[in-house]
Design a protein around this ligand. Structure first.
Ligand code: NDP
Ligand code: MG
Length: 431
């Protein structure tokens, strides 16, 4: 239901490296994208609904606000999430969504709604998919995976010290719509997120109505909890489209380092593709941040690899691991993943001319300590069992701008990474 339009992608622009082709961003995005220099379109009807919603939802009970049409139900859903930070007496991160949240939403309508909220913001950045494997025909649609550290709201406002980012750019009511817009633009089949501190009040209810099944594993001692008016702990979240995959098993993993339990977590799930019947494991993690913690990260990486060895039955099940590893490619933890007996490759290396270099950055921000430009985020995959058919190019330095990230245009200090995978033709080939 949610993945057909992008199949229309066709090669457009030649890329610098021979054999790589730049693809337009997928289906929904193009019709709704303004030209690069144009302001965001405003929709008076939707704008009126959303601005009314912010006030109305504060005084209405869920039942009293319930409305009949698809659009008004959608308005109602967004209004509830817009109001989430006002519900401080009721920590919504502990409350299960009510059944009303399970009514399907048309992704186009939600995208329009988000764009209406964002009408005063500058236009979205254009990013293109780069075609990597045109010589690999596949009978089944690819599996699109998004890796993204979305920036916890409490950390962005209370801890991160993004000195060049205006506080207005971090307003949750709008930043939330930028995050949703990014997800709706690329329509991933699987979403691997870090720094999620609005799971139960925002992402779980909305994404479940878009057809996703979600799992959240908070950090045991989330630094968000130190921030006044926080929305609960941050953690990793994993979502997959229920019409494409069946959940075979799921593990929430608290990572250890030198046998000690740590504050970092991972989620690993084995999924079965409904089209092909093939199984694979998808994992998401967020390793310990900061310099001085390299050995700690390395130990966490070893623990994760050991867990994944067990879950994939010694690499019999193909694997995709997404994460903010908080480690440059020069670090030990990166080397452990690159040389593991799980036979993993890092997908974004394929964007480089020689296929051997990671991108120059996946996060770029300015803190009090100065400019922080690093490659920390990765999508690892079983190189003998999976092909990367295309990958979403990163933002250019010019697009990111002199004040870096986050910004009025982009909601996180980390860029989203998006890849399309297909299985290699021989299911029993060497993993
Ligand atoms: N109450 C208690 O007993 C305990 C409390 N804590 C709390 O948790 C915190 C540490 O938790 P831990 O999980 O180890 O955190 P990390 O060191 O892994 O970092 C937490 C977050 O801070 C961000 N970050 C990275 N560098 C900086 C920076 N220079 N300035 C500001 N933020 C940065 C990271 O973002 P990114 O990944 O994007 O770089 C990350 O999301 C403590 O400071 C404390 O607040 C922890 C343990 C026990
Ligand atoms: Mg962060």
């Amino acid at each position: 239901m949610f993945h057909s339009p992008r199949r229309l992608c066709s090669a457009l622009l030649q890329r610098d490296a021979p054999g790589l082709r730049r693809l337009p961003a997928p289906g929904l995005r193009r019709p709704f994208s303004p030209p690069a220099s144009a302001p965001r379109p405003a929709s008076p009807r939707l704008l009126a609904a959303v601005s009314a919603a912010s006030g109305a939802a504060r005084s209405c009970s869920r039942t009293a606000c319930s409305m009949g049409t698809g659009t008004s139900r959608l308005y109602s859903a967004l209004a509830k999430t817009l109001n989430s930070s006002a519900a401080s007496q009721h920590p919504e991160y502990l409350v299960s969504p009510d059944p009303e949240h399970l009514e399907p939403i048309d992704p186009k309508e939600l995208l329009e709604e988000c764009r209406a909220v964002l009408h005063t913001r500058p236009p979205r950045f254009q990013r293109d998919f780069v075609d990597l494997r045109t010589d690999c025909p596949s009978t089944h649609p690819p599996i699109r995976v998004m890796q993204w550290n979305i920036l916890a709201q409490a950390l962005g406002e209370g801890k991160d010290n993004f000195v060049q980012c205006p506080v207005e750019a971090l307003k949750w009511e709008e930043r939330k719509c930028l995050i949703l817009e990014e997800i709706l633009a690329y329509q991933p089949d699987i979403l691997c997120l870090q720094e999620v501190d609005h799971y139960f009040d925002t992402f779980q209810p909305l994404l479940s109505r878009l057809g996703y099944q979600g799992t959240f594993f908070p950090k045991p001692w989330s630094p968000c909890l130190d921030v006044e008016h926080n929305n609960g702990p941050d953690g990793c979240a994993l979502f997959f489209l229920q019409n494409r995959f069946k959940l075979v098993n799921s593990a929430n993993i608290r990572l250890t380092a030198m046998t000690l339990k740590t504050n970092q977590v991972a989620i690993a799930q084995t999924l079965e593709c409904k089209e092909s019947g093939r199984q694979f494991c998808i994992a998401v993690t967020h390793l310990k941040a900061r310099t001085g913690w390299e050995r700690f990260r390395s130990a966490q990486g070893c623990d994760l690899l050991q867990n994944l060895q067990n879950i994939t039955q010694g690499a019999k099940i193909p694997l995709i691991v997404c994460g903010d590893f908080n480690a440059e490619p020069t670090e030990e933890v990166y080397k452990h993943f690159a040389s593991s007996s799980l036979n993993l490759n890092s997908a974004y290396k394929l964007l480089s001319a020689d296929g051997q270099s990671e991108p120059p950055y996946t996060t770029w921000k300015i803190r009090t300590s100065g400019e922080c430009r690093h490659t920390l985020d990765y999508i690892w995959y079983s190189k003998h069992a999976l092909n990367v058919r295309s990958a979403l190019d990163l933002l250019t330095e010019e697009q990111i701008g002199p004040n870096r990230l986050p910004s009025f245009n982009y909601p996180s200090d980390h860029l989203s990474l998006v890849c399309d995978f297909s299985f290699t033709e021989e299911p029993d080939g060497l993993l």
